[in-house]
Design a protein around this ligand. Structure first.
Ligand code: MN
Length: 232
């Protein structure tokens, strides 16, 4: 078979500590999964069921360990925000996955930034429209190499943080997630059949804010290393 236009390259993220890569199939994102961030977005942080949105697989911007990668300031926004998140890489697919078995479906973990055109997101949200223009744009998902769960274990607690130009802007702990990783996988897999290659951005702690050209963003999760980008 031949294609009538060139097929897109397979989106992928390197695996930490080796030459292999993790092929990205879909990117699912959880909205408002830390109570203090839900409040700063103007929501009630009560334990409503989690909600999800997606980014395209090729929104990933893989950033090698101990390097800084330039990410372009995106068009059509004047309020470009950082959101540092724990990212879960799915290694085994499934539907209706039980929370008690969810960790068996996790291949590894990474640190990601759910970059957001906040002005567009809020305008869409306020009109009840889909969030793609605010969330699913090109280069909206910078990410570190994926650390295999066989090396780092299944993360339930640990500091998650982000600095801009050396100043701490976001700080939280994975234990503050409203919906834990296993609970998130259980919910999401009721609606979609998860597949190997899926990534789940699990939500951001409070302290999101705008960045401008030239800013250096460094984020991290205990045990996973740091993600560093410069806005170009
Ligand atoms: Mn987010």
């Amino acid at each position: 078979m031949s294609y009538v236009v060139p097929p897109a390259p397979q989106a992928s993220v390197p695996v930490a500590g080796c030459a292999d890569s993790f092929p990205v199939r879909r990117i699912y994102c959880v909205g408002r999964n830390y109570a203090a961030h839900a409040r700063e977005m103007g929501s009630d942080p009560d334990r409503e069921p989690p909600f999800f949105f997606c980014k395209p697989a090729d929104a990933v911007v893989p950033v090698a360990a101990n390097t800084t990668r330039e990410v372009a300031y995106p068009p059509q926004t004047a309020n470009y925000h950082h959101e540092v998140e724990l990212v879960v890489a799915i290694g085994k697919g499934g539907s209706n996955i039980a929370g008690s078995e969810a960790n068996e479906h996790v291949w590894g973990y990474a640190v990601g930034f759910d970059m957001t055109r906040r002005d567009l997101q809020f305008a869409l949200r306020d009109k009840g429209r889909p969030w793609e223009l605010g969330k699913a744009f090109d280069q909206s998902a910078p990410i570190t190499p994926i650390v295999p769960a066989s090396l780092c274990g299944h993360l339930q607690a640990g500091r998650i943080w982000l600095t801009v130009n050396g100043q701490t802007k976001q700080e939280g702990d994975l234990s503050d997630l409203i919906w834990s990783v296993p609970e998130t996988i259980a919910h999401l897999s009721k609606y979609f059949e998860l597949q190997p290659g899926d990534l789940i951005f699990t939500g951001t702690p409070e302290g999101v804010g705008a960045v401008i050209k030239g800013d250096l963003l460094v984020g991290g999760v205990d045990g996973l290393g740091e993600l560093s980008i410069r806005i170009a």
